[in-house]
Design a binder for this molecule. Structure first.
Ligand code: PLP
Length: 454
């Protein structure tokens, strides 16, 4: 297609690019070295640029658009709320906010019955940590290597990957531990059972040397997201729950990425029947149609603040537009069976098709995931498991992954690549045929990665 599309107020692609380059300061980027693609429109699992090129989105815009783009009922709910009431501060009650909280409590496990709303994931983790510290009267927090918890001061200090480095020294009281990762075990485990057992023993050891009476919380991503879709081996989360109970430590499950259907359950912890004390969420709660995040709080922790004020808040906490969109989103998920669809897609299509790719491509070292939350880990050598690019590669070192991503984009697939992995994270509403279309493109693009194997 060669038709030139126009966007907001008829802006041309050239105008968007010019203003963007001059005035938009982009996240995580060297401003002079990037050239972000202007998106003109989107629908379902696809977005379209200003030249009419359509991309199947295997990234869900930072693993976010769980419900797909421009769901008409969700758009209508926002329009209706906007026409009715657009702003109510947290000092008042509001029907959109109370209904969103009730619905979230309904789908959350166990006694997680209250919701503190934020504008995104990082703020949710900041507040979860504050609640845990005040609830326990302790200050330390155990946070995993290979984790991402957000970019605000506390959340980046909790983060266990190189994104934290430029912000160091961070927050006092953060203690690091290794979570399970069977493919590259920190514990030299040779089976999932061994990985789970050793990771739990390690966590217990860290708590003991830190002093359990000083540890307020253990925070983990239920299924680790941007650090590689690390699905916890059987028994691990149950074991963390038991250790936290034994020492009176608050268990915080960060489900900013893994929650709201992404893993084929409302919350990823549902796979293992574990109820954390706090769950943080954002992204999939309303697919980012309006910024929203929050903390779902257990009765026990909420009780700490029943007679004593909670010292924290945000002007836009529980914003009516965001909450109305969360209500509509949860209703649509229920009506359309999206959680069940996500689970079936993982079990019947994505998992089997990605494993078939691994058979054909020597560059695929590992395939892992569940629901609509998968990754292929790419390697130079399957026997040594040497990553396709060096850890934290940039510039020329990252070339093999960049070539792979470019090959996907040329064929109409927008991938989500990070370090030596490509994540397969389309909207949860993507059809089986669309997934197959995307995996057929991955199949062709992996030939590029295969050329770098030894
Ligand atoms: N936690 C996890 C697991 C995430 O993946 C992210 C973002 O990707 C965050 C927290 C931070 O969320 P936000 O960018 O909305 O602050």
């Amino acid at each position: 297609m060669t038709d030139t599309l126009t966007g907001l107020a008829g802006a041309s692609e050239e105008q968007v690019r010019r203003d963007d380059r001059a005035h938009v300061f982009h996240s995580w980027s060297a401003q002079g070295l990037i050239d972000p693609l202007p998106i003109a429109s989107a629908e379902g699992s696809y977005f379209t640029d200003y030249n009419g090129n359509r991309y199947l989105d295997f990234s869900s815009q930072l693993v976010n658009v769980n419900i797909g783009y421009q769901h008409p009922k969700l758009v209508a709910a926002i329009q209706e709320q906007a026409a009715r009431l657009t702003t109510v501060s947290p000092a008042f009650a509001n029907d959109a906010r109370s209904e969103a909280a009730r619905l979230i409590a309904e789908i959350a496990p166990g006694d997680l019955n209250m919701v503190f709303f934020t504008n995104g994931g990082a703020e949710a983790n900041e507040n979860a940590l504050r609640m845990a510290r005040l609830h326990t009267g302790r200050h330390k927090v155990l946070a995993a290597y290979r984790s991402y918890h957000g970019a605000t001061a506390g959340a980046i200090a909790l983060t266990g990957d190189p994104r934290r480095w430029p912000s160091e020294p961070g927050m006092p009281g953060v203690v690091r531990y290794w979570g399970p990762y069977p493919y590259r075990s920190a514990f030299h485990a040779t089976s999932e059972a061994e990985e789970s057992e050793r990771a739990l023993q390690h966590l217990r050891d860290v708590i003991m040397v830190e002093g359990p009476q000083t540890v307020a919380a253990v925070i983990l991503e239920t299924v680790v997201g941007t650090n590689g879709i690390l699905v916890p081996p059987p028994g691990y989360l149950q074991g963390v729950r038991e250790i936290c109970d034994e020492f009176g430590i608050v268990m915080i499950a960060d489900e900013v990425m893994a929650g709201f259907g992404r893993c084929g359950e409302w919350f990823a912890v549902d796979h293992w029947g574990v109820t954390p004390d706090l769950i943080t969420f954002a992204k999939g709660v309303n697919s980012g149609y309006v910024p929203l995040g929050g903390v779902v709080i257990s009765d026990r922790i909420a009780a700490t603040f029943s007679e004593r004020p909670y010292p924290g808040g945000l002007t836009y906490s529980g914003h009516p537009l965001a909450c109305a969109s969360a209500v509509a989103s949860i209703e649509i998920f229920r009506e359309e069976g999206i959680v069940e669809h996500a689970r079936a897609l993982g079990e019947e299509v994505i998992g089997p098709e990605l494993r078939a790719l691994a058979e054909r491509h020597p560059s695929v070292g590992d395939v892992r995931g569940l629901g609509v939350f998968w990754a292929l880990e790419l390697v130079r050598d399957r026997d040594t498991r040497e990553p396709l690019v060096p850890f934290n590669a940039a510039g020329a070192d990252a070339a093999p992954m960049n070539e792979f991503a470019a090959a996907c984009k040329q064929r109409g697939l927008w991938p989500f690549t990070h370090f030596n992995r490509t994540h397969v994270v389309p909207p949860c509403t993507t059809t089986a045929d669309e997934v197959r279309e995307g995996i057929a493109i991955l199949d062709e693009a992996l030939a590029v990665a295969d050329r770098h194997t030894t």
